[in-house]
Design a binder for this molecule. Structure first.
Ligand SMILES: [Zn+2]
Length: 349
């Protein structure tokens, strides 16, 4: 089968469209999927460049997000049948340890991500446990049907943002949330979740075009972080109160501003550090204002079920930035690397 593979860690020149063996069902609860669309994530660039502790066999298939048709199922599979149209949860847990039994799959000691630790979705076929697929829901009229591209673009970023805002930060209606870099996938999903919750959303970007698009998606306040002091602006638009929740995935470049933007009893929730992981925290501000700083990664099966249910009600539809064919996948990765996208870059398989 055709796949977008990594031939070794490094830059974009290590990517190739290659012919690789198609995977086969090896266990009774596995599902073989014929992919119809896949989506890129910033994680694919991290995996390409190499991550501490990650040791891969090459060629390695990239991609965490995808959607397609069930081609075949293992003997004990009950959740889906051949022909079902499914979307894929990229986080694969063991599903039998104490942590999994407690429903906390993204904390499972064996938790792995498609495309990072496991063969990914930028390919014609994929095998995953049946726990990792859900049927693509059908929203009621007047909502248009969910497209393959939307189904592929949905899972990783929406699951990540849902756990951050709802499960971890416990965002409530009427609260103020600050979201950095709204062109990114997690940030875009966080904006939709914030609006669905009834929160006031302040978003930032370095691009006026992305801020304009964010206003179209419901952003209440848009800030160009290359031109204004974000913390000061957040205080100005909240009558000096600050943001109840800050969504962080930038790290070193924004951390201190994020803390200065937080209201008393504010919660900062981080899922990444694209500009570097070593941040500075003034502990005096943190205890005096009773801040909470928390981490979050991906999500569990209950959270995934909930976001797919909401998608089926017409909510949280992902923003598709651009679509490429699988054969043009390297150009798609170049676009991701340049950070030009507003929303998700999708590959038609
Ligand atoms: Zn487990």
């Amino acid at each position: 089968m055709k796949a977008l593979v990594l031939r070794g860690h490094g830059d974009l020149t290590r990517l190739a469209i290659a012919d690789v063996p198609a995977p086969a069902i090896m266990g009774p609860r596995q599902v073989l999927i014929r992919l119809r669309a896949a989506a890129l994530n910033h994680l694919d660039l991290w995996t390409m460049r190499g991550l501490p502790g990650l040791s891969l066999q090459f060629p390695h298939i990239l991609g965490g997000d995808g959607a397609g048709e069930v081609e075949a199922v293992g003997s004990d599979v009950t959740a889906v049948r051949p022909g079902d149209k499914v979307m894929i949860n990229p986080g694969v847990a063991c599903y039998h340890c104490e942590t999994c039994d407690a429903g906390e799959h993204s904390l499972c000691p064996e938790y792995q991500l498609l495309g990072e630790h496991l063969p990914g979705t930028l390919a014609e076929y994929l095998v995953v446990p049946e726990q990792n697929v859900r049927r693509i829901p059908d929203p009621p009229a007047p909502h248009p049907p969910i497209t393959w591209r939307e189904a592929a673009a949905f899972s990783l970023v929406t699951l990540t943002a849902w756990r951050m805002l709802i499960t971890r930060a416990r965002l409530r209606p009427g609260e103020v949330v600050l979201i950095w870099g709204v062109g990114g996938g997690v940030s875009g999903a966080a904006l939709k979740i914030a609006k669905l919750t009834g929160a006031l959303a302040i978003v930032t970007s370095s691009s006026e075009a992305k801020l304009e698009a964010a206003r179209g998606l419901g952003a209440d306040v848009t800030l160009n972080h290359t031109q204004v002091d974000v913390a000061k602006e957040v205080r100005a638009v909240t009558e000096k109160r600050g943001a109840d929740v800050v969504v962080e995935n930038v790290g070193e470049a924004t951390w201190e501003q994020s803390l200065r933007a937080l209201a008393k009893r504010g919660r900062l929730v981080s899922c990444g550090a694209t500009t570097g992981p070593r941040v500075v925290t003034d502990v005096r501000r943190m205890f005096w204002h009773q801040h909470t700083i928390m981490g979050s990664t991906m999500g569990n099966l209950a959270e995934y079920r909930e976001i797919v249910r909401l998608l089926g009600q017409g909510h949280l539809r992902p923003t598709v930035d651009a679509a490429f064919s699988l054969a043009d996948g390297i150009r798609a990765m170049e676009r991701l690397d340049r950070g030009e996208q507003m929303g998700k870059i999708v590959l038609d398989v």
